[in-house]
Design a protein around this ligand. Structure first.
Ligand code: E4P
Length: 224
């Protein structure tokens, strides 16, 4: 299982990586707009310095033709580094770009997945991760968990070396259901992952335990 943070906010990345078992960072142009760095590539180099090479960094292209996507990917490799997972929207042109990047031995994340057939195309084109958009699929009346289940079955059946990176989350329950449906990885906003620990019962339990301890021993008897 992998937990990835869907943000390029440096404070969120530092804090998230420091506290949680985070295995990477994803971004897209809308996520970039929220932080609005003056120098995008310097910002992404700083993200890499924070997360190190042991975590994955996923950066999306903006070109809409295969040629332009490959040009964007080349610039990302030059400006950030060659280990970046290039996020390619799984359009007709995008699938061509995924095939071309994999033929070059590059890391690829197929994104903007709304349908099972798009996911199958990305799988067969060789993507390393495929990112179904859970909240967006649900918003248009689809069943993202059925999609994840079908794609996971196909990965297992045919032995694809690819992970489902469920994305587009607005609530923690969507994350939990995606993992239950078979996603091997999820990418979620910092705020969504932090709600895991916002459950009032957790802080109440800790308070009750500590009160019992101090009732028994007072302030002088520390555990450590
Ligand atoms: C992954 O990085 C996706 O681009 C992202 O999760 C989409 O999220 P949204 O549907 O909230 O825009």
């Amino acid at each position: 299982m992998e937990f990835i943070l869907d943000t390029i906010n440096l404070d969120e990345i530092r804090d998230g990586v420091d506290h949680m078992p985070i295995s990477g960072i994803t971004s897209n142009p809308s996520i970039v707009k929220k932080t609005a760095p003056d120098d995008f590539f310097e910002h992404m180099r700083e993200v890499r310095r924070i997360i190190g090479k042991e975590r994955s960094l996923h950066i999306q292209v903006v070109g809409t033709t295969c040629e332009d996507m490959l040009r964007d990917a080349k610039r990302i490799f030059e400006e950030v580094d060659e280990d970046v997972y290039i996020k390619i929207p799984t359009s007709y042109e995008g699938v061509k770009a995924i095939k071309a990047l994999k033929a070059q031995g590059r890391n690829v994340t197929a994104t903007a997945i709304y349908t099972v057939m798009q996911a199958y195309m990305a799988l067969e084109a060789g993507a390393d991760y495929i990112a179904p958009y859970v909240n967006r699929i649900a918003n248009i009346g689809g069943d993202p968990y059925d999609l994840i289940d079908k794609v996971e079955s196909r990965i297992a059946m045919d032995g694809y070396d690819c992970k489902i990176l469920a994305a587009s989350f607005h609530a923690l329950g969507q994350v939990e259901e995606s993992l239950a449906a078979g996603a091997q990885a999820i990418t979620a906003p910092y705020g969504v992952l932090k709600t895991i620990f916002g459950n009032i019962n957790i802080s109440q339990a800790i308070k009750d335990f500590n009160n019992d301890w101090y009732d028994l021993y007072g302030d002088n008897k520390k555990v450590s």
